[in-house]
Design a protein around this ligand. Structure first.
Ligand SMILES: NC(=O)CC[C@H](N)C(=O)O
Length: 360
């Protein structure tokens, strides 16, 4: 547990308990609670079930005010305010929303009136949005993303408990400087490390290569190791003044992979390509040859893996130096795509991009 900090009151269904604006510590004078802004973007956490039997649900049925009201005692953790950025299923997340969300987050965190930001989000692309923010947020104040696997109206909805824990983490002074975090299913994950591993299970988010950043149970936090990679205030990336991001496509390798889709992606405007390679970032010889041809014309190619864990090491099975490829290291294809989009705002030089893949 965090030293010197009162354990937050666990959620109860006591409707009479009024939200306090201060937290007292062992009889000492009460100090103001941290101010946490909730930025809502939609997803299952804001979804209502279509029918009691069905899986189907209406995404974004609930507004941010509904989400806050739905969690007993949330107001005892922090002074809360909410704003609706978008209300979409995260399968529809796009560069424009990322830029809007990141700029708003930076604006809020630059204010002395805001101590932390919580983003409610669908789980499908949660890890991508989190990593994007990890690379472009210019503050060491906590930024916590949270989602749920069951809609708010489901039996055993997981959203309210997840939101309670997310606000507890955001309100924790020790969350400062850890980069963007994802809180779900009683675990805290670094944006860079976490991935969705199961289509429906509440235990779907895993940091497969490194393990979680901590655990959180009804607001009681236990931290593990700090992230040693560059993020937030140490990041060289900035989206200030950017109105669009370069197009980067992901191509999935498989037996008998043909180079046609590679050519098509480049023809349609991709400035960078990420290969979800077989094994440690491998692919058929025709695919390799076609990629090498596009590298010579300035397209940046990153080799990642379609496997859920493990590293893609430089010059391991493939001579990246000779072909001008970049190896993704620990980053999965979705996160490699995010980093490459930001890298391409700076450079097309594969040596510099490789350095970024080693540092972030
Ligand atoms: N559990 C979820 O959040 C998935 C719902 C939806 N596809 C989304 O990502 O927003």
């Amino acid at each position: 547990a965090q030293e010197g900090q009162a354990r937050p009151t666990p959620p109860s269904t006591d409707a009479a308990s009024d939200p306090a604006s201060t937290r007292s510590k062992g009889g000492r004078a009460a100090e103001p609670l941290p101010s946490v802004r909730i930025l809502a973007t939609g997803g299952t956490i804001a979804g209502a079930q279509g029918s009691p039997q069905g899986y189907g649900y209406k995404a974004g049925a609930f507004k941010v005010e509904d989400l806050i009201k739905g969690v007993p005692n949330l107001g005892k953790l922090a002074r809360l305010s909410g704003e609706q950025v978008v209300n979409i299923g995260s399968q529809d997340m796009n560069d424009a929303v990322w830029l809007k969300l990141a700029k708003r987050t930076n604006e809020l965190l630059a204010s002395p009136d805001v101590d932390a930001v919580v983003v409610t989000h669908g789980t499908d692309t949660l890890e991508e949005t989190a990593y994007f923010l990890d690379l472009v947020v210019k503050s060491d104040k906590p930024v916590v993303l949270v989602g749920s696997m069951r809609p708010a109206t489901a039996t055993s909805a997981d959203g309210p408990g997840n939101l309670y824990n997310a606000v507890a983490v955001a309100a924790s002074p020790e969350a400062k400087g850890r980069g963007v975090l994802i809180v779900i299913n009683d675990e805290i994950h670094a944006a860079r490390n976490v991935t969705k591993t199961n289509t429906t299970n509440v235990e779907t988010f895993r940091s497969l290569n490194r393990g979680p950043a901590g655990v959180v149970n009804t607001g009681d936090i236990h931290w593990y190791e700090k992230m040693d990679k560059r993020h937030t205030v140490d990041s060289e990336f900035s989206i200030a003044g950017e109105s669009a991001l370069p197009r980067v496509d992901i191509l999935y390798a498989h037996a008998n992979m043909s180079p046609d889709l590679i050519d098509s992606a480049v023809k349609n405007g991709a400035k960078g390509l990420v290969i979800a390679g077989v094994g440690d970032g491998n692919m058929t010889q025709p695919a390799l040859d076609t990629l090498a041809k596009h590298v010579k014309k300035g397209v940046v190619v990153v080799r990642s893996t379609r496997l859920p864990s493990g590293l893609v090491l430089r010059n391991n099975e493939i001579n990246d130096d000779q072909k001008g490829f970049v190896a993704s290291g620990e980053l999965n294809p979705a996160k490699s795509r995010v980093l490459l989009q930001l890298a391409l705002l700076e450079t097309k030089d594969p040596t510099r991009v490789q350095r970024m893949f080693e540092e972030y």
